[in-house]
Design a protein around this ligand. Structure first.
Ligand SMILES: [Zn+2]
Length: 345
């Protein structure tokens, strides 16, 4: 609902619409636009704040997680009160964004984005922006983007480094043209185990938002780029990327993650207060490496058969084939969050 309490409300975006790359027409286009932000953690916080301040007319936030104190160093929308209230991130983000810009529509969904709902979410927006922390969701977004012809902007950050790529289906390459398969989760560090610098997050989010704004104001792409950066070194590297004519996704139109053919699965163990997460393909996690990564974060025990990690009032039991049993919850979304955080997904 437009807020009439500001006398000069019409001048709100004047420093932006005066930019030649935006212009009054671009500003009006932003007001008519809807952006889906998947993940309201570090990247999602910075992205959605920039989008709200820029005057994007409707922002849809989706996140499956609740806030914790160790989120605050990099998740800019949240404060200590939100953590004390154990607020879901999507709801806390919406509250903060409405206080920043009451003239736009903010919708918040506390949900896990899966193959069954990703189509509805992406259909409701003109573009999707990646604020996730895991490759499984990114491949799902990529499948649905190519299937439906909707653009999305990939972004990832870890340590002091990050990367960004805008995907415009039908024009340029998709994520699978460049990275045909997700990396093996058990070999990858995560933000929980390797850490992340807040400045790197903001840089990646800024590049993603710029790419999204270009699409929304109707700027056509002349070439397609993947940008990699290291904020500590002050370095960026941009490479021109091209479509892979044999890409499973955008050439063959096989949507393996959307169909459920690929991707991890979760099953709730009735009466056991536990959820099992089965990886996409059997992996052989190195218990020695996992132990080294997880020991600073909680209690790790190994009995020669499985590795057990206790943290956040939950226990994660990792099996030699990569399965993880999350004890202490029956919520698949929470279990997937914990596995993505600590083990990798
Ligand atoms: Zn492709």
């Amino acid at each position: 609902m437009p807020n009439k309490t500001f006398e000069n409300a019409g001048s709100r975006y004047i420093r932006q619409s005066v930019l030649p790359v935006i212009g009054p027409g671009g500003q009006a286009a932003l007001a008519r636009s809807a952006v889906l932000v998947v993940g309201c953690g570090a990247l999602g916080s910075a992205q959605s704040e920039l989008l709200a301040r820029a005057g994007v007319g409707r922002i849809i936030l989706v996140d499956r997680d609740v806030l914790e104190m160790h989120n605050l160093h990099r998740q800019l929308l949240f404060n200590e009160q939100d953590v004390r209230e154990r607020m879901p991130k999507a709801a806390a983000a919406a509250r903060r964004l409405r206080s920043i810009n009451s003239e736009i529509v903010i919708e918040a969904e506390v949900a896990d984005v899966t193959s069954t709902n990703v189509g509805d979410f992406m259909h409701s927006a003109d573009i999707t922006i990646d604020g996730t922390d895991n490759f499984e969701t990114r491949y799902l977004l990529n499948d649905e983007a190519v299937r439906s012809g909707k653009p999305w902007v990939y972004g990832g950050v870890l340590g002091t480094e990050g990367s960004v790529m805008a995907v415009r289906p039908g024009q340029g390459p998709c994520l699978r043209c460049i990275f045909p398969d997700p990396p093996n989760a058990h070999l990858l560090p995560t933000c929980e185990t390797q850490g992340v610098l807040n400045a790197a997050v903001v840089w990646v989010a800024a590049l993603q938002v710029a790419e999204a704004l270009k699409v929304l104001v109707g700027e056509s792409a002349t070439d397609f780029k993947l940008t990699a950066l290291d904020v500590w070194q002050g370095m960026t590297q941009t490479v021109v990327v091209r479509r892979n004519e044999t890409c499973v996704c955008c050439s063959e139109k096989r949507f393996e993650f959307l169909s459920g053919e690929r991707g991890s699965s979760s099953s709730v163990f009735c009466g056991r207060n536990a959820v099992q997460i089965t990886p996409e393909k059997p992996a052989k996690p190195s218990f020695a490496d996992l132990r080294q990564r997880l020991e600073p974060l909680g209690k790790v025990t190994m009995n020669g058969l499985v590795l057990e990690f206790a943290c956040e009032d939950r226990r994660l039991i990792v099996f030699p084939d990569g399965r993880v049993l999350v004890m202490g919850t029956t919520d698949p979304a929470e279990a997937r969050t914990l596995v993505a955080k600590y083990i990798g997904s």
